[in-house]
Design a protein around this ligand. Structure first.
Ligand SMILES: *Cc1c(COP(=O)(O)O)cnc(C)c1O
Length: 227
């Protein structure tokens, strides 16, 4: 079996094993294969092995692959930084956007998403460790933007996403992820919502993310190899 598929199946087993180890519902987590910088052939190979959700960071590169693979029923997730001049194509060609980090971007995605398409699923990116260099909402900003976002008809708020600070211990990772999970619950209570998505966990911190209730792990390196 090619190395790519070996890594892919191994990664799925790791996730299953962690879920069993911690008594988590095995169906609750979606694996998002982060294919940035990797060729369409790799995506096709994983597709044939049953993978349907792929994450991309760089718009031009992603659009090429999306065109090449347009005949497949892939769910494309945009997870990278978003400049306002990119929202048109993102709104048109993706099914999910995990990295909505300002109200202006949410508005543009809503305006540019065709009403003929299903609503675009979005997550709000949260700057969980308050890093000056990182984009994302602060926790106390979240409650202020929920109502304006809920008025937008062509996007559908699904939950929260985060990229925690690098180099943290397991315990610190769990503390950050727990904060994100709690923020989602609070928003659900305060606004009567049913946000169902916590996009958290990457190759290096899956276990902490799963324990704290991740519903979508974004895995690149552990499947596709180094970039
Ligand atoms: C690249 C990237 C990932 C995947 O990271 P790996 O460490 O390769 O698993 C996940 N999330 C985001 C936002 C990324 O940019």
């Amino acid at each position: 079996m090619p190395l790519l598929l070996q890594r892919y199946f191994a990664q799925r087993q790791v996730i299953d094993a962690l879920q069993r180890k911690h008594g988590l519902a095995v169906t609750a987590v979606k694996l998002l294969a982060v294919s940035k910088t990797k060729p369409a052939e790799d995506i096709l190979a994983l597709y044939k092995a049953g993978q349907r959700d792929f994450g991309e960071n760089y718009l031009q590169e992603a659009l090429q692959k999306i065109r090449q693979l347009a005949h497949l029923d892939i769910a494309w997730h945009f997870i990278g930084p978003i400049q306002s001049n990119k929202t048109r194509d993102i709104s048109r060609y993706f099914d999910w956007v995990h990295s909505v980090d300002r109200m202006k971007i949410a508005r543009r995605l809503d305006e540019q998403r065709s009403s003929q398409q299903p609503a675009l699923n979005i997550c709000l990116q949260v700057n969980i460790d308050d890093e000056p260099s990182k984009s994302g909402f602060k926790f106390d900003e979240l409650a202020l933007i929920i109502e304006p976002i809920l008025t937008l008809q062509n996007i559908r708020l699904r939950g929260l996403m985060t990229i925690p600070k690098a180099g943290k211990s397991d315990v610190e990772q769990r503390i950050s992820f727990k904060k994100l999970a709690k923020a989602k619950e609070q928003l659900n209570e305060q606004f009567g919502l049913q946000l169902d998505t916590l996009s958290m966990g990457m190759s290096g911190d899956i276990e902490a993310a799963l324990i704290e209730g991740s519903t979508m792990v974004r895995i690149g390196t552990a499947i596709f190899g180094a970039r």
